[in-house]
Design a protein around this ligand. Sequence first.
Ligand SMILES: Cc1cc2nc3c(=O)[nH]c(=O)nc-3n(C[C@H](O)[C@H](O)[C@H](O)COP(=O)(O)OP(=O)(O)OC[C@H]3O[C@@H](n4cnc5c(N)ncnc54)[C@H](O)[C@@H]3O)c2cc1C
Length: 466
Amino acid sequence: MKTVIAGGGIAGLISALSLSLHQDQEVILIEKADHPGGLLKSFDYGEQGLFDHGAHNVCETGNTAIDKVIFDLLPKGGWDVLEKDKRDLAGIFYDGRLQLNTPYIDIRHKDQYKQYIADFFANIESTPSYNGPQNAYETIFQKFGESITQEVISPVVNKIYKKDIHDLDLLSILLTPLTRVNMFSSFLMEDLLHTKHLKNLLSFPEQRELPLQHSSGRRSLYPKNFGMQKVVDAIIKKLQENNVKILTNTGIKKITTQNQKISEVTIENAQGNIEQISLDYFVWSVGIPQLSFMLGLVNGKPDFDPPLKTIVTNLIVEKPIAMGDLYYLYCYDDGYHTFRVSNYANYCSTAKRSNGYPISIELLMEPTQVESPEKITEIAISELRKMQILQEDNRVNFGKTEILASGFPMPTLKNSLFINQKRKEIEKLDLQNLVLTGILSEPNLFFQTDIIRDTYEKMLDRIIQK
Ligand SMILES: Cc1cc2nc3c(=O)[nH]c(=O)nc-3n(C[C@H](O)[C@H](O)[C@H](O)COP(=O)(O)OP(=O)(O)OC[C@H]3O[C@@H](n4cnc5c(N)ncnc54)[C@H](O)[C@@H]3O)c2cc1C
């Protein structure tokens, strides 16, 4: 069986790895960039070391077969294993305060606290009044009632996406932890956690003390030797051992279909060399919009809300930043471009380097706001100082900004409707040897863990066991 895989991000790499473990599979991986890895690649700054694209690690998926394949990629002792109360420590900067206890918004300090509780319980038996596509406003309103929706969650999604909550899809409240709020003490929540409905709406106020029977029990892994690049390199090494052909700087130019199958693809490399490859299966991991263009399902220019620019500023600072033991935090306050701050030394024992502590700041900006990388480095530093995460006496010893070619999706209703519609149209073509994986290849499929599991299971069900 010959399979061509488009895209060498984690979805494409896991597709190739899963197939290559079976001897009768011939696999060709096509990657547009000069190196596979997508968002899991690290930036390599020579003597300043590696930086990831913000906080990424490998969280167990719950599928023991693929979890073992991934665990075995690094030699014995090659992983820092993050588990139990250390599995994932996240916080937020909200209302001018650094919130370390939970990444869900804690409303206990709000002046309108009593009003929020009253409204929440008055609304608790509500059923959705709207039967159309689930949007962020309807979903949040149904969960928390009017005042929390309007005064707490709406300003946060507006800050992140620069869009009104009514225009945003359910996905917008899943990408950062906005589906619960923090309302009560641990004492009360230990009791309320036994109530399924409330457990889905309210967060436990101390992430480090969450009773373990209520956590997934899954571990997170990070390479002991700093850099997610080590995971990407280990996968590539395995693929090479298993005779997978990897073509970089190469894109798919044309897809040819015949008898309800994709019969061949035409590829083109950076030198302009063109080649046709016939195939048995085609795995597409680079997004529904690109595929719908290639299959002729889009006429003219689609009406699509453009994404914000995702920017990563990497710094080395002299002393640890004031973020406690958090691995990362989201910035929810208006007036900041900062989306997330990642503190690598808190989850990787070798992250610290001779000239200080590496951190990354991911910023989201309107394309018109994007300035030179040097200017953005200054903006990122000044925002960290304003949040008092980077104190005045903490010197910055290195700084570099990367403006990503593609980044965070824009989760508007318009975009989700477009993607969902195109996904359905692709399904309707009934191309029997096409397998879709990666971001949004299924509704709301976004997080890496879910992508890895979904990809592995699709390779097994749709190709290997066929
Ligand atoms: C900014 C950002 C931050 C994120 N943070 C997290 C997080 O903290 N935790 C988490 O679980 N998930 C996170 N995600 C979710 C993310 O979806 C997954 O982590 C995962 O990395 C996505 O893998 P992928 O292979 O689908 O896509 P990508 O990593 O984007 O890989 C796609 C690959 O395809 C290549 N490509 C593109 N077009 C073509 C073409 N025409 N032909 C050939 N190759 C092509 C690209 O060069 C790239 O290598 C984040 C996503 C974004 C955008």
